[in-house]
Design a protein around this ligand. Structure first.
Ligand SMILES: Nc1ncnc2c1ncn2[C@@H]1O[C@H](COP(=O)(O)OP(=O)(O)OP(=O)(O)O)[C@@H](O)[C@H]1O
Length: 344
């Protein structure tokens, strides 16, 4: 079933903060991630969909129906929060069976369905365990099973993995995606973690001050961010202020860069985005004046395992590159097709 925000605005009483004119839909089986700085309105959007707060303007629709007047429990959405919120005095299967009890299903059916759902999330061997006997990742699986057991019309995930350690987070990402795909359910994920958003979501919406600045497929946002804010928010980026010198050539603090300047005219100012992994490391210092090649002074060299992240002082600017190479890097090349013009 489709979940939809139709031009939804909500401000907290007595304040000017909230969310403004949210307009997007989540198709059945689709996962949309909301990302943005702390306070940008992600959780507020989720609360509107869940029915914890009601819009001041616009409509929330589930499967086409305006659910504005429906209380949270009548919306039939599965919700998973960061802190699992399992009932401590109920075993894993009793936790999962709880929503079925609320809905009045008979005991044997509740038990059978809870067991089957725990099996699906990889917890078939621990159905009788109490929450305190389970690890964080296992508790989160139980919470996911509880959110899905009553065949909800949509799934809402609010920072579901942020309490887990890094390795478990990556494992649980795959798990969530598998279960969500199997259930074919429209899902809204709120996360701080850009890698989580990029790897899980069909579409990512970047929020800023209560508004969606850009929404699109992860690759689209990464490769063609609408502006410097989105570029800086998703992944590492070099943002260079530039002035068009002639068609195809922009002057920047690190020197002149060749790139597609489109319809821009000489003298116009632009912001250039160059992703660090698109810059080519050179093992030999370049000859002075060679176009697109730069010598620089290494100011930081961070070993991150799979890659090294290097900062170079070049001209009056700095530039960051990422490489898997281990040898000394004595210069860099900025290929013209690695440079993208964006709004400042
Ligand atoms: N109950 C409330 N009363 C008044 N203002 C609130 C309330 N809850 C949130 N806000 C404000 O609304 C704005 C959006 O908050 P929200 O919790 O949606 O942000 P968020 O993007 O989820 O942040 P975080 O990543 O820190 O959870 C913030 O400025 C916040 O201070």
């Amino acid at each position: 079933m489709t979940l939809a925000f139709d031009n939804v605005t909500y401000t907290y009483p007595g304040t000017r903060t909230g969310v403004f004119d949210l307009a997007f839909r989540i198709a059945p089986g689709e996962l949309v991630a909301l990302v943005g700085a702390s306070g940008s309105g992600k959780t507020t959007a989720l609360k509107l969909l869940a029915g914890f707060v009601a819009p001041d303007a616009g409509r929330i629709r589930i499967a086409g129906e305006d659910v504005g007047g429906h209380p949270a429990e009548a919306r039939r959405l599965g919700v998973v929060f960061q802190n699992y919120a399992l009932f401590p005095h109920l075993s894993a299967w009793e936790n999962v069976a709880f929503p079925l009890r609320v809905r009045g299903l008979p005991g044997p059916v509740r038990r059978a369905e809870a067991m089957a759902m725990l099996e699906r999330v990889g917890m078939g061997a621990r159905t009788g365990a109490m929450p305190h006997q389970l690890s964080g990742g296992q508790q989160q699986r139980v919470a996911l099973a509880r959110a899905l057991v009553f065949e909800p019309r949509g799934l809402l995930l609010d920072e579901p993995l942020s309490a887990l350690d890094a390795a478990l987070r990556v494992e649980m990402r795959d798990e969530i995606l598998r279960v969500q795909r199997e259930a074919g359910i429209a899902t809204l994920l709120v996360t701080h973690d850009q890698e989580e958003a990029l790897s899980l979501a069909d579409r990512v919406a970047v929020m800023r001050e209560g508004r969606i600045v850009q929404i699109g497929a992860p690759r689209e946002l990464y490769d063609a961010p609408a502006d410097a804010f989105v570029a800086g928010f998703l992944g590492q980026s070099n943002l260079l202020a530039g002035t068009v010198r002639q068609p195809g050539l922009v002057e920047t603090p690190i020197g002149c860069l060749a790139c597609d300047t489109g319809a821009l005219r000489r003298g116009e100012t632009v912001t250039l985005l160059v992703r660090p992994e698109r810059i080519e490391p050179l093992r030999e210092p370049p000859e002075p004046g060679e176009a697109g090649l730069f010598a620089g002074r290494l100011t930081a060299d961070r070993f991150l395992g799979a890659v090294r992240r290097l900062d170079f002082a070049v001209g009056s600017g700095t530039i960051r590159l990422e490489t898997h190479r281990r040898e000394p890097i004595l210069g860099l090349r900025v290929p013209p097709d690695a440079v993208r013009l964006i709004a400042g």
